[in-house]
Design a protein around this ligand. Structure first.
Ligand code: UDP
Length: 313
């Protein structure tokens, strides 16, 4: 049987690179596109000599040309941590809009299945809890986070239009907070920030009073869910995340405990439009994909800590 071929945009990023690994382990050849704005070659170094892997440095907001047959297009390119998309607001809007358009165009040309990496950020600062896919969200289009949230909302709308108008086979995954190996220690997210602060004996910077909640999913669980969604027939959005919810203050204490750190918590201003709660309702993922997360936060944090300890050297 002929090998399946997947194009992964943002394939050198944190999630994209894990997805490349997963696809290759499932005997799918991967063409990885990345402009390395926030992605890193070291995330895919181990794949470079693999005959099933090809890397092309490319900005997917421009025209994408890939020769030959393609079975899947997975659009993961985007700055994705709050400090990254605040640093690159225009690129974030462009990759979510123009980049999604180009990636959809490629999928249509190749008659491939398209999968969009969307986000829990489409729910904004949610007024219902936990968030199910039926919820339309509470997003401030002109706030600083709007560049990411609205780009992803537009990307979802465009994906559905290609599905409805062109009959393209499409999938939309709404990704909740995910962590694990290959995250950048300096990407500004709470989890790598707290771990690096704890390992360096620095103060742990909790924003606001720390009562806001998040629900952290380990990367291997996420990638498994995405792969199941890709192989399913589901065109409506599916939440993938771990419903185990924790306040940011409790999470800071957990990191201090796990690292045996002497760090103290300090409190800083809450960023504008920071969501007060976030927890995925994963009923649909369970029913449609038979998926639920397996890795506990303690287990996942141990693996991540080990990676960050080595990355420090
Ligand atoms: N946060 C924090 N200290 C930090 C970084 C983030 O308290 O050094 C908070 C942030 O305000 C938010 C939560 O931790 O309430 C999760 O933030 P993150 O940047 O990880 O991602 P988000 O879920 O907001 O996209």
């Amino acid at each position: 049987m002929k090998k399946k071929i997947a194009v992964v945009t943002g394939g050198a990023g944190f999630l994209g690179s894990h997805l490349c690994d997963k696809l290759i382990s499932e005997d799918v050849s991967v063409i990885c596109l990345d402009n390395l704005l926030t992605g890193r070659m070291e995330n895919i170094e181990h794949l470079i000599s693999n005959p099933d892997f090809q890397f092309i440095k490319l900005d997917v907001t421009n025209y994408i040309f890939v020769p030959g047959h393609v079975d899947f297009v997975l659009h993961f390119a985007s700055p994705a941590s709050p400090i990254d998309y605040l640093k690159y607001p225009i690129q974030t809007l462009k990759v979510g809009s123009l980049g999604t358009h180009k990636a959809l165009g490629l999928a249509k040309e190749k008659n491939a299945t398209f999968l969009l990496a969307s986000t829990s950020e489409v729910y904004g600062d949610p007024l219902i809890h936990p968030q199910s896919e039926e919820y339309w969200g509470n997003v401030n289009p002109v706030g600083p986070r709007g560049v990411y949230d609205e780009a992803k909302r537009f990307a979802e709308a465009l994906t559905m239009a290609y599905h409805r108008y062109h009959g393209l086979s499409t999938r939309i995954v709404r990704i909740f907070n995910t962590y694990g190996t290959r995250m950048r220690l300096d990407d500004g997210r709470a989890l790598p920030a707290f771990i690096s602060q704890a390992l360096n004996g620095e103060d742990i910077t909790v924003f606001g009073d720390g009562s806001q909640t998040r629900s952290f999913c380990y990367v291997s669980d996420l990638v498994e869910g995405i792969y199941k969604l890709l192989l399913s027939n589901e065109s409506m959005p599916v939440n993938i995340g771990n419903p185990n919810e924790i306040t940011i203050e409790e999470f800071a204490e957990e990191v201090i405990r796990l690292t045996n750190s002497k760090s103290k918590i300090i409190y800083q201003d809450l960023p504008v439009d920071d969501p007060k709660v976030r927890q995925p309702d994963i009923t649909r993922a369970k029913e449609i994909l038979g998926w639920s997360p397996k890795v506990s936060r303690e287990e996942g944090l141990k693996l991540t800590l080990e990676y960050f300890r080595n990355a420090k050297k």
